[in-house]
Design a protein around this ligand. Structure first.
Ligand code: SF4
Length: 341
């Protein structure tokens, strides 16, 4: 896939005090991309787009280079002990993006240039918990692989975790530019997961991300580079032909990975759900969407934060679950299915 090139880049002044900030500034000056100094990412003005669709589209072409100030890490159960971020948002246009309700109307892409400070903070958490292993999720507010060609931060982070006896990293991506990660000394301390779906779903709802085939090839490369590997199949949809399509997805995965790479493989399975708020945002941004969000066909489940999620009804959920588990265990008998939700 083509590497993401921003249409415009905002810089927080402090970002230019860091080598990575300067490097990005100098590179894009030569590329003739408009560079704008902004007092803070909260005060970014001038991203065009009067309608929600246009605002969203333009925001996804806008990069904000800044500094991560709050270095206190949040917990991230059950996936990891803590999460930290190398940025927020991504250039992808997934209609059901899990960040849709948290990033506001203009989900511009942020990257943080104080990577050394971020990793120092991570190290403190590792040391505090030592000799126990502490795990960290690095992709809960962004897709770091999508902007790796701009920052190189993921490479640095993976190498950092490679040196940590008691730290482990988890990353997930819908992108495929992994070549720069293949030679990194990861020491098997980074678990790389690809978020995948059927070819039909990716083509229909995940604009500007890697294709199914590209993700497959990237997974094969990462497996051959010795990374512990996993797949998040999400969101799982029931649509005409879903059984055949998910079976085909697994068959192609098995073909790409070969027997050696299948050991230690994990799967995380997440069925499609939506909230009223997410539906409203999706309908504003993608008014002609074919995404199935009919409340009358779903079961409302109240979450602990006081808002409801429209899930598939229990009998359909069970159908989805048993089919996926049966198919995965047939094709990948050694794999672990971490959860279905
Ligand atoms: S790739 Fe991930 S972060 Fe980017 S739009 Fe899609 S779901 Fe959101």
């Amino acid at each position: 896939m083509k590497f993401f090139t921003p249409t415009r880049i905002y810089f927080e002044p402090q970002a230019l005090e860091y080598p990575l900030g300067k490097q990005i500034y100098e590179y894009y000056t030569k590329e003739n991309i408009p560079l704008i100094i902004t007092p803070s990412h909260n005060r970014v003005t001038g991203i065009p787009g009067k309608t929600p669709q246009a605002g969203y589209r333009e925001a996804k072409r806008t990069l904000v280079v800044g500094v991560k100030k709050n270095l206190t890490l949040d917990t991230c159960r059950p996936s990891a002990d803590y999460q930290f971020s190398l940025g927020t948002s991504c250039p992808g246009g997934c209609q059901y993006c899990y960040l849709a309700t948290t990033l506001g109307r203009k989900p511009y892409i942020r990257v943080y240039v104080n990577i050394d400070e971020i990793l120092e903070a991570v190290e403190k958490y590792i040391n505090k918990n030592s000799p126990k292993i502490t795990s960290f999720e690095a992709a809960s507010t962004s897709d770091p692989l999508a902007v790796e060609h701009i920052t190189g931060s993921l490479q640095k982070t993976i190498a950092f975790f490679g040196r940590q006896q008691n730290g482990r990293l988890r990353v997930v991506s819908k992108f495929s530019a992994v070549d720069g990660l293949l030679m990194v000394k990861h020491n098997s301390h980074t678990k790389f997961r690809f978020s995948i779906n059927t070819d039909f779903i990716i083509k229909s709802y995940e604009a500007n991300t890697a294709t199914f085939q590209e993700r497959l090839n990237a997974a094969g490369k990462m497996a051959r580079a010795g990374y512990p590997l996993g797949f998040i199949i999400a969101p799982l949809f029931i649509y005409e032909g879903w059984r055949k399509d998910y079976r085909e997805l697994l068959r192609l995965l098995a073909e790409e990975l070969g027997p050696a790479a299948r050991r230690g493989l994990t799967f995380e399975l997440i069925s499609h759900r939506f909230t009223a708020r997410a539906k409203k945002i999706i309908m504003e941004r993608f008014p002609r969407t074919t995404l199935e969000m009919d409340e009358t066909k779903r079961k409302l489940k109240w979450g602990k934060y006081g808002y409801g999620k429209y899930m598939y009804p229990p009998e359909q959920l069970e159908k989805l679950k048993s089919y996926m588990i049966r198919e995965i265990t047939t094709v990948f008998p050694e794999a672990e299915i971490e959860y279905f939700t």
